[in-house]
Write a protein that binds this ligand. Structure first.
Ligand code: IPE
Ligand code: IPE
Ligand code: MG
Length: 238
C-alpha cells in the first residue's frame, strides 16, 4: 500500500518494557526506568520539532501502585526530577505541559513540581505534552459519570443532554483531540487501561523495541506506517 500522506497530529505512547530492557542486561529494573527518561527527552524534542499538535505519554497507571514500594518511590522521584530538569527544554521547544489522571493521588512534592511546570509553560503555543499520571481509563469514565450526575442533581443539566459530545466535556481530555496513533513499545498487544474512551478509532502500532531503546528512527517508522493506513471510521473507502 502506498503512503496517503496523512500525518498524525496527536500521538499517544504506552512507554513499556523498561524492566525487560534492564533484565536482559543483567541490571535492576530501576536502571531501565532511568534510561527511559532519555527516550522521553528525545521523543518529546522530535515530536515538538515536527510540530505535532500533541504527544500524550503514559507514565504511570493507576494499577502501577501494585508494584513494590521501592520501585514506585523511584518512579515518583524520576518524575519529579524530570519535571524540574526539563523546564528549560520545555521552554526552548515552546511546549505546553498538561497532565491527565487522578493528580491529587500523587505525592505532594510531585504535585507541586507538576503545577509549577504546567503554570510556567501555560502560554507556550507549540506542541502539547500531556503526561498520564496515576491514570486509568475506567476511572476517567467513572469520574466523568460522577461529575455529570452532580451537574444533573444541581439542576445544571438534563438527562437528555447527555450525548457523546457533552460526555466528552467531562473527561480529563475534554480539551484534547483523540489520539490518531497509539504506539506501544515492549511488544505487548494490549491497551492496559489507557484512554479507553478516546481510542475508539486510534490506529495502533506495537513495536518489540523496549522503551529505553526507542529512538527517533522508531518514531519515524511508526509515522510512516500510519501514513499507509486507511482510516474509515466505520464508513467506506472514498
Ligand atoms: C514501563 O516499563 C514503565 C512503567 C510502567 C512505569 P515496565 O516497568 O512496565 O517494564 P516491563 O514491562 O516490566 O518490561
Ligand atoms: C502500561 O504498562 C503502563 C505504563 C506504561 C505507564 P504496564 O507494564 O503497567 O502494563 P501491563 O501491566 O503489562 O498491562
Ligand atoms: Mg510493563
Amino acid at each position: 500500500m502506498s503512503e496517503n500522506g496523512h500525518v498524525p497530529s496527536h500521538i499517544a505512547i504506552i512507554m513499556d518494557g523498561n524492566g525487560r530492557w534492564a533484565r536482559r542486561r543483567g541490571l535492576v529494573r530501576i536502571r531501565g526506568h532511568r534510561e527511559g527518561v532519555e527516550s522521553v527527552r528525545e521523543i518529546t524534542r522530535e515530536c515538538a520539532k515536527r510540530h505535532l499538535q500533541q504527544l500524550t505519554l503514559y507514565a504511570f497507571s493507576q494499577e502501577n501502585w501494585k508494584r513494590p514500594k521501592r520501585e514506585v518511590n523511584l518512579l515518583m522521584k524520576l518524575l519529579k526530577d524530570f519535571l524540574i530538569r526539563e523546564r528549560d527544554e520545555i521552554e526552548e521547544n515552546n511546549v505546553r505541559l498538561t497532565a491527565i489522571g487522578r493528580i491529587d493521588g500523587l505525592p505532594e512534592d510531585v504535585q507541586r513540581e507538576l503545577a509549577i511546570s504546567i503554570d510556567e509553560s501555560k502560554n507556550n503555543t507549540g506542541m502539547v505534552l500531556c503526561l498520564a499520571l496515576n491514570y486509568g481509563g475506567r476511572s476517567e469514565i467513572v469520574d466523568a459519570a460522577k461529575n455529570i450526575a452532580r451537574s444533573i442533581t444541581a439542576g445544571k443539566m438534563g438527562i437528555e443532554e447527555i450525548t457523546e459530545e457533552t460526555f466528552k466535556k467531562f473527561l480529563y481530555t475534554s480539551e484534547m483531540t483523540d489520539p490518531d496513533l497509539l504506539i506501544r513499545t515492549g511488544g505487548d498487544m494490549r491497551i492496559s487501561n489507557f484512554l479507553l474512551w478516546e481510542m475508539s478509532y486510534t490506529e495502533l502500532w506495537v513495536t518489540p523495541v523496549c522503551w529505553p531503546d526507542f529512538r527517533k528512527r522508531h518514531l519515524e517508522e511508526a509515522i510512516k506506517e500510519f501514513s499507509r493506513r486507511e482510516r474509515r471510521f466505520g464508513g467506506l473507502q472514498e
